[in-house]
Design a binder for this molecule. Structure first.
Ligand SMILES: N[C@@H](CCC(=O)N[C@@H](CS)C(=O)NCC(=O)O)C(=O)O
Length: 205
């Protein structure tokens, strides 16, 4: 399998899952800040111009964080990336969608890349404020969901990989304060070999 990623992007979550699975995979660096997602070569792979992209061994392409997660979890059951019972699985998918589609895409993306959403020159500060409100509300909701547990579903699972990239952005890029339990989750994730290896391989901090 091949993962198209950009350092520090949400693709980091999928990268960590691949290392947790422990099967060989290839990394393809796609630097978003250099516009690599807009080249004809990349658009031929993913016309949506986004990472993560997973190219499977038969050459087929899979996109969208929750779909890639579901595929990896189902094809590698021994890695326990998603709960095995229906209720656990559906709760994990609920969390994944919230983290990626709301907290990340509506919140952090506005906060970190306001130019994508600004329609009038000079309104970037307003866009950032709107993003900050959504990101902060998301962080508060996720803190409540985590509670006193070490990981979102109790044991480590794929949803922690999504929470990890959000808390990393909050801490290192967005100046969004983390409640104590999310700061502890971030530290717990950073201590996992799969996370340390992924950060080192991406050259990401
Ligand atoms: N809905 C997508 C979101 C992916 C996404 O927004 N990726 C960002 C990086 S974190 C991206 O590739 N952005 C490219 C761009 O905005 O030009 C998913 O679930 O995978």
């Amino acid at each position: 399998m091949k993962l198209f990623y950009s350092p520090n992007a949400c693709s980091l979550g999928i990268h960590i899952m691949l290392r947790e699975i422990g099967q060989p995979f290839e990394l393809v660096r796609t630097e978003l800040h250099k516009g690599a997602q807009n080249t004809p070569e990349f658009r031929a792979i993913n016309p949506k111009g986004k990472v993560p992209v997973l190219q499977r061994d038969d050459g087929s392409i899979l996109t969208e964080f929750p779909a890639i997660t579901f595929y990896l979890a189902r094809t590698n059951p021994a890695a326990n990336l998603l709960p095995a019972d229906l209720e656990g699985e559906v709760r994990a998918l609920e969390l994944l969608d919230y983290m990626v589609a709301t907290v990340h895409m509506r919140g952090f993306t506005r906060l970190l890349r306001p130019s994508i959403f600004s329609t009038t020159p000079g309104d970037e500060e307003k866009v950032k404020q709107a993003g900050r409100a959504i990101a902060e509300e998301g962080i508060a909701n996720l803190s409540q969901r985590l509670g006193a547990k070490p990981y979102l579903m109790g044991d480590f699972s794929a949803v922690d990989c999504a929470l990890f990239y959000l808390t990393l952005w909050a801490n290192t890029r967005a100046e969004v304060a983390l409640p104590a339990n999310l700061a502890a989750h971030l530290a717990r994730m950073l201590a996992r070999p799969s996370v340390a290896q992924s950060l080192a391989a991406e050259g990401a901090a």
